[in-house]
Design a protein around this ligand. Structure first.
Ligand code: ATP
Length: 503
């Protein structure tokens, strides 16, 4: 039976599989790699494209109320002034002066170690699932080392942004284990800067977009004026985003160059935003479920009111149970009319919308579902990776939804030394290839060929055998997950695959 591998080895297995089978490589590997950047190999690019295509089809093509956009990666720098990114798109950075390591202050946790009534020192840990246990171990060690007697109070962790100035010098650096080398936290802007044009001075500074959303807002009027959109409607965009993350980690989960799929869904200021917001959360969770990210692995996290930006009415994250913990997969934010108002004020151009149904003018509000392609990619692999025993043999299988699988099917001639059989298999392969990405494999025992395809998530194996050419003109179709085999004529096969793959 299928058995999910326990963490953390599941993550190791996924990373190994990605490298071994050509899904993901570390960027610039021949130069020792480049932290926070990843390249997608031959199978990875297929899976990633399929995720984007499935999203586009379901969010744009199959809906009447959403249109698409593809804006530039570099916008006029005023965009980022107006949106607040130049002033506020920061993470709290803390340096260790001794080791030269850098940490995000909100991911570095510390606690005083209190024995009786005396604070005997501090412990620090980096955020992870086991940090509480690790901090308690450190506290016990410290007590033992200092030879303190008495009862130790509970170790209460806080993140470094909550440290008092008098505590900075007392908190040990996670790198050295000793206090005195950590700096106070300071705001670090995560936007990558570049220069546009021949001059390299302040006037030429530009930014790589840290999100695709602003490209939508600055094109709002263009879309309204040229399309036939009527509120409520959405504009969707898929594209690269860049963030100079202080601490890229967990493989492709947090990287410095990644891809986003964002929708700005414009609504009337009088609309019931709360129920529309809730509707979008449900809609997105159902969509994840439909592409093989089961609801049992999803949960929601409502950002506390006091932590929201002043303009935000509510933000809910859709969380996925990754092998390294429950983390944000998608954000769904109700952003009021902040962005359009900011761009209108900064540009001096009106971004009001004339509502024909009520004969009123207003600046629309938005609901913003925003998701990272790479985070979906990792969620799909985490949910799909299984190790099973089949006929006494271990098999690794990626149970990818047929819409997402890099290869939709693999065609096998039963043997490779029978020209008639091979010709027939090749012809079928070529025919299917016109329509879908399919694989052809003639090498080795059929069982081994199945395993190779199981590991990369190919949902259907199609074998051309002696019966095909001598008897019934049918092929055997093997289902990756149920292992069931059925015999189908070519027409039946194409109809079957269409239904399973194209939905
Ligand atoms: P986090 O809190 O994890 O840094 P965020 O709240 O800053 O994420 P948003 O600004 O809401 O993220 O971005 C929208 C989506 O873009 C996220 O839900 C996530 O799927 C994706 N995303 C954001 N940052 C990264 C990153 N560094 N690497 C990969 N995907 C990312």
């Amino acid at each position: 039976m299928a058995e999910k591998k326990s963490t953390p080895s599941l993550m190791d297995n996924i990373i190994n599989l990605c490298k071994r089978r050509g899904f993901i490589f570390q960027s610039s590997e021949i130069y020792g790699g480049y932290n926070g950047f990843f390249d997608y190999g031959p199978l990875g690019v297929e899976l990633k494209n399929n995720i984007k295509q499935a999203w586009w089809k379901d969010m744009v093509q199959r809906r009447d109320d959403i249109v698409g956009l593809d804006s530039t990666i570099i916008h006029h720098p005023m965009t980022w002034k107006a949106s607040g990114h130049i002033d506020n798109f920061t993470d709290p950075l803390v340096d260790c002066k001794e080791s030269r390591m850098r940490y995000r202050a909100d991911q570095l946790f510390f606690a005083p170690v209190i024995v009786g009534d005396e604070t005997i020192g501090y412990v620090s840990v980096l955020e992870d699932e086991n940090m509480q246990t690790a901090a308690e171990e450190q506290a016990k060690d410290l007590k033992r080392k200092l030879g303190k007697q008495g009862e130790m109070k509970a170790v209460v962790l806080k993140d470094y942004t909550q440290a008092r100035p008098d505590e900075y010098a007392l908190i040990p650096s996670p790198a050295t284990g000793k206090p005195g080398s950590l700096t106070p936290p300071r705001a670090f802007n995560m936007m990558f800067q570049t220069y546009v044009g021949a001059l390299r001075d302040e006037t030429a500074v530009a930014y790589l977009r840290p999100e695709t959303a602003q490209g939508i807002f600055i094109n709002f009027k263009n879309v309204v004026d040229t399309g036939r959109v009527k509120i409520p409607f959405g504009i969707a965009q898929v594209g690269k985003a860049f963030r100079n993350e202080i601490n890229p980690r967990n493989f492709i989960f947090r990287s410095r160059e990644f891809e986003q799929m964002e929708i700005e869904y414009f609504i009337s200021p009088d609309a019931d935003w709360a129920s529309l917001h809730k509707g979008w959360i449900e809609y997105c969770m159902n969509w994840f479920d439909s592409i093989g990210i089961p609801k049992t692995c999803l949960s929601t996290y409502d950002h506390p009111k006091e932590k929201l930006a002043h303009y935000s009415k509510g933000t809910t994250d859709i969380m996925f149970t990754y092998p390294f913990g429950v983390q944000e997969l998608q954000g769904v934010a109700a952003r009021g009319n902040y962005d359009l108002t900011q761009h209108a004020n900064t540009s001096g151009k009106s971004l009001e919308y004339f509502d024909d149904s009520t004969k009123t003018k207003y600046v629309p509000h938005v609901i913003e579902p925003s998701v990272g392609v790479d985070r979906i990619f990792l969620a799909v692999l985490s949910a799909g990776y299984h190790e099973e025993e089949v006929e006494g043999e271990k098999r690794v299988v990626l149970k990818l939804h047929p819409r997402l699988a890099p290869y939709k099917a693999a065609v096998f001639p039963l043997v490779k030394n029978k020209p008639e059989l091979v010709a027939r298999a090749e012809a079928l392969y070529k025919k299917l290839q016109n329509r879908w990405n399919v694989a052809y494999d003639a090498a080795g025992a059929i069982g081994r060929r199945y395993r190779r395809q199981d590991e990369i998530g190919t949902p259907f194996g199609i074998t051309v055998d002696f019966d095909t050419i001598e008897k019934d003109d049918k092929v055997t179709l093997r289902d990756r997950d149920t292992l069931q085999q059925i015999r189908l004529s070519e027409d039946e096969l194409i109809a079957y695959l269409s239904k399973k793959i194209d939905g």
